[in-house]
Design a protein around this ligand. Sequence first.
Ligand code: PHE
Length: 359
Amino acid sequence: MASLLAQLESLSQAAARDIAAASDEKALEELRVRFLGKKGELSAVLRGMGALAAEERPKVGEVANRVRDQVESLLDGARERLAGARLEAELAGPPIDVTLAGRRPLPRGHRHPLTRAAEEIAAIFARLGYEVASGPEIELDWYNFEALNIPADHPARDMQDTFYVEEAALGGAHRSGSVLLRTHTSPVQIRAMKRLGKPPVRIICPGRVYRSDYDQTHSPMFHQVEGLCVDEHITFADLKGTLAAFARAYFGPGTRTRFRPSYFPFVEPGAEVDVSCSICGGSGRKDGKRCGTCKETGWLEVLGSGMVHPRVLENGGIDPSRYTGFAFGMGVERMAMLKYGIDDLRLFFENDLRFLRQF
Ligand code: PHE
């Protein structure tokens, strides 16, 4: 028994010494195997217990257990010490440059052709002194129709197949029929006038609009750019000059414009604006054939416009006896299709990379 106790004592001292001297985690693991492993030193001592008298065994067993616990806790302590030291060393070493470029950079993408067209349109108007405004896509009936001089029973409402928000979705906050997905960007006219409080108002608003439509030239969600200019002495000549300048900037310097009388309840008078066909140059013929883009007419219809109706100014909080203004609205998909020669509007929303990569 004395010899087993002496072996345990020397095992314990050797473990304490060697563990304290271990310089890495691999060395610690080797020490664990050497002292505590199945074929290790402690097991060898325990095997020797078989030769002891029965009453001596508990004493040796007790010491052996204490030695095992002690070695285990020395190993744990040493592991912690080494991990701490490694962290310290890493922190003290040269920093990792997380901004360094990867070895295989992903190919860079680019903006969607619709985003590009909308930004280009807004940039042209920015040069003319317009600021970009925005409004909600889920809109109140009042802004989308009522304030724009389109009362509930007005036939002009039928021109815009509207998505209404169900009363249940509104949590009782609004009557059903009073909230909808905006059918055009014109409600931003009212919001902008109310926000700015007084003229001059010169805003442009690109944004998404929604109508219950779907075919080659219509999708239930599409984009418009609205424009509004209100000040003293604004006339139809300002409207014509502004839109003609815009058409030349967007489609090219030789572009001609044509104004045709048209009806929108929120303008008086109203006009639709055509530009000379950007594909055939206005001749109606391309490469000796009929131009399909303008259907041989030489003209493309691009936007609606007009002098702001006095009632609309009033609804925007502006005195119509002192101020006048003009407004216009255009479809971004259409503007992009005409500029880039795209014949199906649905291509914009299918996200086919073969299409998108061409821009
Ligand atoms: N909001 C009209 C539409 O969506 C376009 C428009 C805007 C017409 C401003 C005149 C003035 O059809």
